[in-house]
Design a protein around this ligand. Structure first.
Ligand SMILES: [Zn+2]
Length: 99
């Protein structure tokens, strides 16, 4: 059975399920590129499945966005590290070169 995650657990769930971006608070804002709306962590619909995994849903009815579709809004955007543009293959080569 899936259960709805309550507000006090939400920040933890967001951090856990969103591997693309960092959450500092439930008031962090994101722009959903699918429905073109500004959302906050507080508004995101969070569910937990019976294996403990968290699932995040855009609060806009009918929007199928997942965390990868939510981009930083405002000054927080400056915190996105440039490393993200590195091709995954290069990162892998670096990681294995030291073994
Ligand atoms: Zn959306």
């Amino acid at each position: 059975m899936n259960r709805h995650v309550q507000l006090d657990e939400k920040l933890n769930a967001l951090r856990n399920a969103d591997s693309f971006r960092k959450w500092y608070s439930l008031d962090d804002r994101r722009v959903c590129v699918l429905c073109d709306r500004l959302i906050t962590g507080r508004m995101i619909d969070v569910w937990q499945d019976n294996r403990g995994g968290y699932h995040l849903h855009c609060p806009t009815p009918g929007c199928l966005a997942t965390p990868r579709d939510w981009f930083y809004h405002g000054p927080v955007r400056a915190r996105v590290p440039k490393v993200m543009t590195t091709p995954p293959l290069a990162v892998y080569a670096q990681a294995t070169a030291h073994r």
